[in-house]
Design a protein around this ligand. Sequence first.
Ligand SMILES: *Cc1c(COP(=O)(O)O)cnc(C)c1O
Length: 380
Amino acid sequence: MDCGIETRCIHGNLEKFEKDKTGAVSFPIYQTATFAHPEVGVSTGFDYSRLQNPIRERLEKVMASLEGGTDAFAFSSGMAAVTALMELFKPGDHIIAEADLYGGSIRLFNNISSKNGISFSFLDCSGDNIENYIKENTKAVFIETPTNPMMNVTDIRKISETAKRHNLLLIVDNTFLSPYFQNPLKLGAGIVVHSGTKFLGGHNDTLAGIIVTNSEEITEKLRFIIKTVGSGLSPFDSWLILRGIKTLSVRMERAQANAERIAAFLLKRPEIKMVYYPGIKGTRAYEICKKQARGFGSMLTFETESRELALHILKSVKLIQFAESLGGTETLLTYPATQTHADMPEEARIKNGIIDRILRLSAGIETAEDLINDLEQALY
Ligand SMILES: *Cc1c(COP(=O)(O)O)cnc(C)c1O
């Protein structure tokens, strides 16, 4: 049955879990490390929870269905998922990566993956022609769109065509738009990765990471990696993320509506020099996003007239909280220069535009007027 995305958020691919005889509407948490075998050579389908657990499997099926992939993997965090992806490569391999990636991914690439012999070229994948940077040992392209925090939008179809021509694996971090608004696999990507901590979980209470693919070869490799390195998501956290996903569609719509209202408010304020939000008509980001996504999301970044004002806002907001992370029911403000992107080399940070007057806002699902009033009172 080919159901709409709102239905699939709740019911996944409509497969009933065969082993549950109680009719439980909420998927049961199997809080067990190991599973007994009926006899030698016979398995219930589950052996040990590092390999697989029924509720993690359920979450993975729902995510595969939402992203249009054949298989998915749930990890203990977004970074655990990105780390597992790096195990697909070997010393000597080269990867082209978006320069404005999530700071933690850049920290991983520069400090751990590079130590393991993988090299990176960081580019503005929304603007630069990646073709000029492809080398003989280039194996993959790793992008985020919209980027974090500058909200640059990359044309996924176009970059996937280039990647295919050169036999490169295209990896898209789809955290910011979530599968509700954007499905990179359908636009030609080979792998989609998520920080499930953000929109999927949606309540700022659980860490998780997700990888989705439609390649059998990658699935086999990832299955080996997740069972070997042991970074799979726990049963209880799988349940929390599954529960979060049930309301993904209504949360995404509501948070986006709030972001649009906040963007419109900020655009009218003289103290705000720039608002980066893909939903602003007439921008390049808007045009590309419109072609490849069903929405613009609820993340926006803005530049205040001075560093002092940025710090003043962070100190003065009352309802909005000054905290890292995004994608939850609560509206959060982040100061990328000293928080999410603190470990990025300063030169690269400033080149990307992450200056000390920049604030990033993740719109939650509170009453729009309350959020705007809070920002208004915080502006001197
Ligand atoms: C938060 C985030 C990550 C890392 O995920 P964790 O769950 O915090 O480990 C990766 N990519 C993006 C875009 C993120 O926002």
